[in-house]
Ligand binder design. Structure first.
Ligand SMILES: Nc1ncnc2c1ncn2[C@@H]1O[C@H](COP(=O)(O)OP(=O)(O)OP(=O)(O)O)[C@@H](O)[C@H]1O
Length: 271
C-alpha cells in the first residue's frame, strides 16, 4: 500500500504551489511618502489559501507593501500609491471602491496587540455589528464564539467574554485581535510582525494558528524572523531597498534562492 506521510503530503502540496490561483495581483506598485519613494514598481501576486511571508532588511518596504493591500496607506498623510492592485477581479484603488468594505475583506493584525478597552465580547462583535453581519443577538453570539474558536482562544475565555480584553496576557490579546479580524469573515488577513511583541510560547501558538487559518483565509505576513518565515509560509517574497528581489516557494527560497541578494540576506551578510 502506498502510504503518504504527512511530510510527503505537505511536500506534494508545496510542489503544486505554482497551480494555486491568485487572490490578489499587484502590478507595478510604487509607493511614495511625499517626495520619498519607498517602493519601486513591485509586481507581486498573492496566492489563495497560502501564507506568503514578506522578508528583507529594515526599511526595505515590507510594511509599505502590506499596507497597500488594504489601502491602510491612505491613512498616512502625503502617502501616494501608483500601479494596480486587484482583489479577485476588483481594482482596490478604483475610486468607487468602499474602503471600509475593502478592509473587512482584507483584514489586518498589527505588531502590538491593540484590543479596544472594552470586553472580549465587544471587541469581537464590533465589526460584525457595524457591517450588519448578524440578524439577531443569537447570530452575534455565534459569530463571537466561532471567531474565538478559530483564534484558538474560546476554551480559555468562554467563561469571561464579558470581561475586559485588555486584561488578557499579550499572546491572548493577539489571539483576540485575530478573532476580531476573523469575525467579519475576511478573505485575506494581513499580519505585520504579529509576534514581535510576544514571548516564545505565545509566538509558537500564534504560528500554529496561522497554519490553521490558512485553510480558510489567504494570509500575508511581514516578519523579521527568517525562521518564522520558513516555519509558517509556503511562499516568500524578499524585498531590498524598495524593490522586490525575488518571490518563490519558501522551501526553495531558503535552500536554493535564485537571487544572490536573497542568499546574502539569508546567510546574515546584511540586514
Ligand atoms: N509614514 C511614513 N512616512 C515617511 N516615510 C515612511 C513612512 N513609513 C515608512 N517610511 C519609509 O519608507 C521606507 C520603507 O519603510 P517600511 O516601514 O515599509 O519598511 P519595512 O521593511 O517594513 O521596515 P521595518 O522592517 O523596519 O518595519 C523606509 O525608508 C521608511 O523610512
Amino acid at each position: 500500500m502506498n502510504m503518504l506521510t504527512e511530510a510527503a503530503v505537505e511536500k506534494a502540496l508545496d510542489q503544486k504551489m505554482s497551480n494555486v490561483p491568485y487572490k490578489m495581483i499587484g502590478q507595478d506598485v510604487s509607493v511614495y511618502y511625499g517626495e520619498k519613494r519607498a517602493l519601486f514598481d513591485v509586481n507581486l501576486n498573492i496566492r489563495e489559501n497560502t501564507v506568503t511571508a514578506l522578508i528583507g532588511p529594515s526599511g526595505c518596504g515590507k510594511s509599505t507593501f502590506l499596507r497597500s493591500l488594504n489601502r491602510m496607506n491612505d491613512t498616512i498623510d502625503g502617502c501616494r500609491v501608483t500601479g494596480k492592485i486587484t482583489l479577485d477581479t476588483d481594482d482596490i484603488y478604483d475610486p468607487d471602491i468602499d474602503v471600509v468594505e475593502l478592509r473587512a475583506r482584507v483584514g489586518m493584525v498589527f505588531q502590538k496587540p491593540n484590543p479596544f478597552p472594552k470586553t472580549i465580547y465587544e471587541n469581537v462583535s464590533y465589526g460584525p455589528r457595524i457591517h450588519g453581519l448578524a440578524k439577531s443577538k443569537a447570530d452575534l453570539d455565534q459569530i463571537v464564539e466561532t471567531s474565538l474558536q478559530r483564534a484558538g482562544l474560546w476554551n480559555e475565555v468562554k467563561d469571561r467574554v464579558h470581561e475586559s480584553g485588555t486584561g488578557l496576557f499579550g499572546g491572548q490579546q493577539q489571539g483576540l485581535c485575530i478573532a476580531r479580524a476573523v469575525a467579519v469573515s475576511p478573505e485575506v488577513i494581513l499580519m505585520d510582525e504579529p509576534c514581535s511583541a510576544l514571548d516564545p510560547i505565545a509566538t509558537a501558538k500564534v504560528e500554529e494558528l496561522i497554519h490553521e487559518l490558512r485553510e480558510n483565509y489567504t494570509i500575508v505576513i511581514v516578519t523579521h524572523s527568517m525562521q518564522q518565515a520558513a516555519r509558517v509560509s509556503q511562499r516568500t517574497a524578499m524585498f531590498h531597498l524598495g524593490n522586490l528581489v525575488e518571490e518563490n516557494d519558501t522551501d526553495k527560497m531558503f535552500t536554493n534562492p535564485d537571487d544572490p541578494r536573497t542568499q546574502d540576506y539569508i546567510m546574515g551578510r546584511f540586514g
